[in-house]
Ligand binder design. Structure first.
Ligand SMILES: NC(=O)c1ccc[n+]([C@@H]2O[C@H](COP(=O)([O-])OP(=O)(O)OC[C@H]3O[C@@H](n4cnc5c(N)ncnc54)[C@H](O)[C@@H]3O)[C@@H](O)[C@H]2O)c1
Length: 255
């Protein structure tokens, strides 16, 4: 597959989980992929994977605005021009589900990684996309941001709601420059981290009940999300912008 052979793709938080699945998917289709991640351990693990051999990993803490700007400046000075940005960094960061137990710091951290990092990365690469008259921005929303969550708190739900709303506005503002902006909104995808979180916060009975509510009767896999992201990133999706695509096996209809 060579669908992304002429494309340069930047993915945040992509040394593990959903982001790594997206990175390897784009790499398999010939894309030039730069994956940002804070964890040098995760980067080392990912680098060892044969399917990640062509991916360029950059260690950067996406909570740090200056570090983001310096990284994008350095990549740009090396001649890279991004046409595709996947704002994947995010998560509930193990903050409490109970609203009254969430501290100001819990809100700041979750907003910082899910929203502010996306704002900063988008601001950094938009001028390159505008110069090229072409761009694809795909934000990671969530079932939580669409319908509320069974296991994460209001901070995460609100952060994903903000990401999803920002998607609408960026789509309107930058559509005239050939840039689309869409959001992929996964349900629970059973990465090891989510598996841990679910087993801490839901009983087996609750988990079985949640699974029974998913029309396709299975949990999601990272490849399901990577496929949806690849679709929005494709040239064929050029007439689609400002959309939220639920990737949740139909669970959103039922909960
Ligand atoms: N996994 C799910 O079930 C699920 C469901 C809905 C939405 N999402 C969203 O999808 C995205 C990816 O989720 P995931 O479960 O793959 O994430 P994850 O928690 O597995 O993290 C992926 C990577 O993020 C990196 N990271 C964490 N903090 C960072 C920072 N400050 N700077 C740079 N990198 C950092 C980690 O090192 C890790 O390699 C998130 O936005 C999440 O909210 C996930």
């Amino acid at each position: 597959m060579t669908g992304f052979a002429d494309r340069t793709i930047l993915i945040s938080a992509a040394a593990d989980g959903l982001g790594l699945a997206m990175a390897t998917r784009f790499a398999a289709e010939g894309g030039t992929v730069v994956a940002l991640d804070k964890s040098t351990e995760a980067i080392d693990r990912a680098r060892a994977l044969p399917e990640a051999a062509s991916i360029r990993f950059e260690a950067v803490d996406l909570m740090e605005g200056a570090a983001i700007a310096a990284t994008i400046d350095r990549l740009t000075s090396e001649g890279l021009r991004f046409d595709t940005l996947i704002n994947n960094a995010g998560g509930s960061l193990h903050t409490p589900r109970a609203f009254l137990e969430e501290s100001d710091e819990d809100w700041d951290r979750v907003m910082g990684l899910n929203v502010t990092a996306a704002v900063r990365l988008t601001r950094a690469v938009l001028p390159q996309m505008m110069d090229q008259g072409f761009g694809r921005i795909i934000n990671l929303g969530s079932k939580a941001g669409r319908y509320g969550s069974l296991f994460t708190g209001a901070n995460y739900v609100a952060a994903k709601g903000a990401v999803q709303s920002m998607t609408l506005q960026l789509a309107q503002e930058f559509g005239p420059h050939g840039i689309t902006c869409n959001a992929v909104c996964p349900g629970a995808i059973l990465t090891p981290r989510v598996e841990r979180l679910l087993s801490e916060r839901m009983t087996q009975t609750e988990r079985d009940a949640a699974l029974a509510q998913i029309p396709v009767r299975r949990n999601g896999q990272v490849e399901d999300v990577a496929a949806a992201v690849a679709f929005f990133a494709s040239r064929e999706a050029g007439f689609i912008t400002g959309q939220m695509l639920d990737v949740n096996g139909g669970q959103g209809m039922c909960s």
